[in-house]
Design a protein. Structure first.
Length: 433
């Protein structure tokens, strides 16, 4: 037997976290017993007789492997599976416009809207792509701008996709990222009918703080958003909500956010709300090093919400089948490279995608042998650079010039492991209460 090349030993307070980056499993020991556990993992064959049960357990969790196992190939195989070869994820931005002007927003809210001609092309594309690629799972997701400014387009393409998938025997999921302020019970019911089963909605702090960021004349946008969430979960029995909380140093008493949410959301609905706590990027400090996150997430769990545990990983765009249809009818991988860059493919009249050029992110993926990330110990946790970053770095063709995304990758991963450990233990304690 041999030790996994993806094992971590992270000292955290008065204990050591033993973590495997491939399986994402961990166990802890005291600092006093840490050397003993390390010795067993380093040379498991020497300890089989005395610690056989423990060795079988850690072997099952990926800390130890048989000598003939190629763990590097296993990591590459897992990565390929994570690219979802049987799944098509299509993001559609029906408009760049928005009904709000949040201070931290990265979007360029130009008044560009999807035309009827593009809607027709999009439908042709969906049918052709699903059939020609033998897709088994179709994930349609709506983004913007504020997609509900073009509500009719959302309903039109969603209804078409749901019916098509039913005919083809394809599993269909439909999600939308929205500020929710253009929703009402009638619209929620209609969106439910055309397959929308997931909503991502953002809060920007407590009621007072949120209403300053998402400001509309004489409107309590905080209350509007939460009431809409109640209606979504009441009307759409299978739907869930990702409630993103933009965590900021500007916040006064972050726990108050959870208290104010709890005043509106009945406890019976909270298990269908996933709290995604994120720090606004402009403030620079990394949330993973912010103990306030753990406190906020733990408190939310005690109030019967489902806080998400932050972790690194492959970008959601970096899949075998992923495309974004932009409001002007062009195509790209995602919209994060800016409006002056994206739209490098054309959606033809026949529903095909015609690229102007082969993007570097297609040619250079993490599984290519010549990519620096390929054999990095941290790759299974980090996931490597997203397609947008790969395009930027590799545009000159010098793939060996790609720098690590982090100034201190070891410290970054250790912080990630500590955060995951603390969050998991906190949530386990909640479930025992």
């Amino acid at each position: 037997m041999k030790e996994s090349i993806y094992n971590y030993y992270v000292q955290h307070g008065d204990k050591c976290i033993f973590f495997n980056g491939l399986s994402k499993r961990f166990f802890t020991s005291s600092l006093r017993t840490q050397p003993m556990f390390e010795a067993i993992l380093h040379n498991p064959d020497n300890y089989v007789e005395k610690y056989g049960k423990f060795i079988e357990k850690v072997k099952k969790d990926g800390f130890i492997l048989e000598d003939e196992q190629d763990e590097y190939q296993l990591a590459m195989d897992n990565y390929k599976k994570d690219t979802l070869p049987n799944t098509y994820k299509l993001m559609i931005l029906p408009t760049y416009a928005c009904n709000l002007s949040c201070w931290y927003c990265l979007q360029d809210h130009r008044s560009i809207h999807m035309s009827e001609e593009t809607v027709k092309k999009a439908k042709l594309h969906i049918k052709k792509y699903l059939i020609s690629n033998k897709i088994k799972y179709f994930y349609l997701t709506w983004f913007g701008g504020e997609p509900l400014l073009k509500y009719d387009i959302v309903v039109d393409i969603s209804s078409y996709s749901k019916e098509l998938c039913s005919e083809l025997g394809i599993v269909f999921h439909n999600s939308i990222t929205t500020n929710s302020l253009l929703l009402n019970k009638e619209r929620i019911s209609k969106l439910n009918d055309c397959g929308v089963d997931a909503y991502q909605i953002t809060l920007d702090g407590s009621r007072e703080e949120h209403n300053k960021v998402k400001s509309l004349p004489k409107k309590d946008t905080f209350l509007m958003a939460l009431n809409n969430i109640v209606d979504i979960l009441t009307i759409s029995k299978e739907a869930y909500v990702i409630l993103r909380i933009n965590y900021s140093e500007r916040m006064n008493n972050p726990r108050r956010i959870i208290d104010e949410i709890s005043e509106i959301i009945p406890e019976s609905l909270r298990n269908r709300i996933k709290l995604d706590i994120q720090k606004v990027w402009q403030e620079g400090a990394n949330l993973r090093k912010d103990t306030g996150y753990i406190d906020l997430a733990t408190y939310a769990g005690k109030c019967h919400f489902r806080p998400e545990v932050f972790h690194h990983g492959k970008c959601y765009v970096d899949n075998r089948h992923f495309n974004t249809i932009l409001p002007n009818g062009t195509i790209d991988i995602c919209d994060h490279e800016g409006l002056d860059i994206v739209g490098r493919a054309e959606l033809t009249k026949n529903g095909d995608i015609k690229w102007q050029e082969q993007l570097p992110c297609f040619k250079y993926s993490i599984i290519n042998e010549n990519i620096k990330c390929n054999k990095c110990k941290h790759m299974p946790i980090c996931g490597g650079p997203c397609p947008a970053k790969r395009n930027s770095i590799y545009k000159d063709g010098n793939v060996n010039a790609f720098p690590c995304l982090y100034s201190d990758m070891d410290e970054e991963m250790n912080q990630n492991i500590k955060n995951l450990h603390d969050a998991v233990l906190s949530f386990r304690n909640i479930t025992k209460e």
